[in-house]
Ligand binder design. Structure first.
Ligand SMILES: [Zn+2]
Length: 82
């Protein structure tokens, strides 16, 4: 069995195998987190930066989309109950 690629958590430095942690690739960017907790820490650090204002637009959009889909799901399930 071939050993999976070994990654290293960029927050705490813990090594982990592909499929165990969270890996986000986008162009030249590679984000590696061994756990959701470390990913959350990274997200918090990102949001504390003044430069993060450029992602406010997409974040608001994603928040709205998620809210809308939650709302739709809630309406759907309430119809089943009623
Ligand atoms: Zn970590």
């Amino acid at each position: 069995m071939a050993a999976g690629e070994l990654h290293r958590c960029m927050v705490c430095g813990r090594p982990f195998h592909e499929g165990q942690g969270i890996i986000i690739r986008r162009g030249e960017l590679l984000l590696e987190f061994h756990s959701a907790k470390c990913a959350a820490k990274f997200l918090r650090l990102l949001m504390e930066r003044p430069e993060a204002s450029c992602v406010e637009g997409p974040i608001k959009q994603i928040s709205k989309e998620l809210r809308d889909s939650l709302e739709k799901r809630r309406q759907g399930s309430s119809k089943v109950i009623a």
